[in-house]
Design a protein around this ligand. Sequence first.
Ligand code: URA
Length: 210
Amino acid sequence: MTASDILFTIAEEVQRCTACNLHRGRTRAVPGEGPANARVMFIGEGPGYHEDRQGRPFVGPSGQFLNDLLALAGLRRDEVYIANVVKCRPPQNRDPEPDEIATCTRLFLMRQIAAIDPIVIVTLGRFSMGLFLPGERISRIHGQPRSVNGRLIVPMIHPAAALHQPQNRPLLEEDFRRLPAIIADAERQRSAASPATPPADEPPEQLRLF
Ligand code: URA
């Protein structure tokens, strides 16, 4: 199975999922979108009103802002993968509950990460950061890359938080401006760590779960 096939299968499972209560209020589930070979993966919190209507991540006001932020980092939206911690909209945009996060990430997000195997994961907001850097505070470590199980995690303030609290906006923009250098560094490290062509007896796609 190719990484695209795996992502397609996961998306189908997401649409049918009834594993937690969030499915009861959804219009459409939001599996995520982007190329299977994306070098950079962005992980938000969960769908909001517009995402729930359209079945696509980051298409409302925070999505418009994310598009501007991607441009600051010299990234096109169609070259990155964008997903969320939970795939169904929490009622009234409340915070996702720990059991919803645990169920949804085990069933879907961790498999998406394993299939895409991105060089850099950018977490947007504290719930996404908490998956990789539990106990950290976003206000203290935003923009600082950390290696977690051999993968670079860059915790960022959530775009919606910067829209609601304008003092966060310049911080977030500055963190995105620094992203190209962080990605280039991570790419150099990965190519130094692994040969360009995998040996013939090794599968080209290694499934890595953490
Ligand atoms: N906020 C998120 O965290 N994810 C979305 O998809 C939209 C808004």
